[in-house]
Each structure stands twice: as structure tokens, then as C-alpha cells.
Ligand binder design. Structure first.
Ligand SMILES: [Zn+2]
Ligand SMILES: [Zn+2]
Length: 128
């Protein structure tokens, strides 16, 4: 039991994230650079992988149960665990105007003229 140091990382389900040690081989100059900068390699590696695979891997709970909706990709496990939280990992762009969906600022919206728009391109008074 580890009682020293920071509290363990907890995922969106409230469960402790299990960790594994992985060895990587990188150029020595790169390793020295990271050391000089005081960069935490474990955190760096985790963040890089989460960003690279946003479409396939949930950045909140590391699940690969990613589903697609009209506005983007979301983690089904996170949605089921906490329906009030935002489970989206990536957002698409509006088919009509090309602006990115960014709830709560830019949401999906439709009207009689524009079936798949967003709050940027469908005037509020025309939204269905
Ligand atoms: Zn998740
Ligand atoms: Zn739009």
C-alpha cells in the first residue's frame, strides 16, 4: 500500500487508474532535454498518447468504448457512469457552416431550411 506522495489518479467512474511500468528507448539528447526541463516522462507519455488517439481512447477513463454522434465522438462508459458530465473526446464541424461544435458555446441546431446546422448558422428564432 502506497501511503506516501500524491493521491492516486481516479477516473471518471471514481475508480483508481491502474498503472504499469513501460520502458521506452529514446535518443540520449532527447532524454537529456527532458531531464533538463524537469519534464515528468510518465505524464508526458500519457498526455501524448491521449492526444494522438482522441478518436479511439477516452481521455477521462482510458476506455476504448468510443461512439460517434452527430456532433462528435464520446465515451459510452463515461456517459453511463456520469450522465451529467460531458463525455465527448472530440467534436466534429457543422456540416452547414464548418464551425466546430463546442458545447455549450456552439451546439447542434436545425431549422426548416437547415437540417444539420449549429447555433452559429441557424438563427435562434428559426431553430426547431
Ligand atoms: Zn471514458
Ligand atoms: Zn453551422
Amino acid at each position: 500500500m502506497n501511503s506516501v506522495g500524491r493521491p492516486p489518479e481516479v477516473d471518471s467512474h471514481g475508480e483508481v487508474v491502474q498503472k504499469s511500468l513501460v520502458n521506452v528507448t529514446i535518443p540520449t539528447k532527447l532524454a537529456n532535454f527532458l531531464k533538463e526541463k524537469g519534464i515528468n516522462r510518465s505524464r508526458l507519455f500519457t498526455n501524448v498518447v491521449k492526444r494522438m488517439y482522441r478518436d479511439e481512447l477516452c481521455r477521462f477513463c482510458y476506455s476504448t468504448n468510443i461512439k460517434e454522434s452527430m456532433i462528435g465522438k464520446y465515451c459510452l462508459d463515461c456517459e453511463l457512469a456520469k450522465p451529467s458530465a460531458n463525455p465527448y473526446t472530440t467534436y466534429k464541424c457543422c456540416e452547414n457552416c464548418g464551425n466546430k461544435y463546442q458545447p455549450p458555446y456552439n451546439m447542434f441546431a436545425n431549422s426548416k431550411k437547415i437540417p444539420k446546422g449549429c447555433s452559429d448558422c441557424v438563427p435562434k428564432e428559426e431553430q426547431l
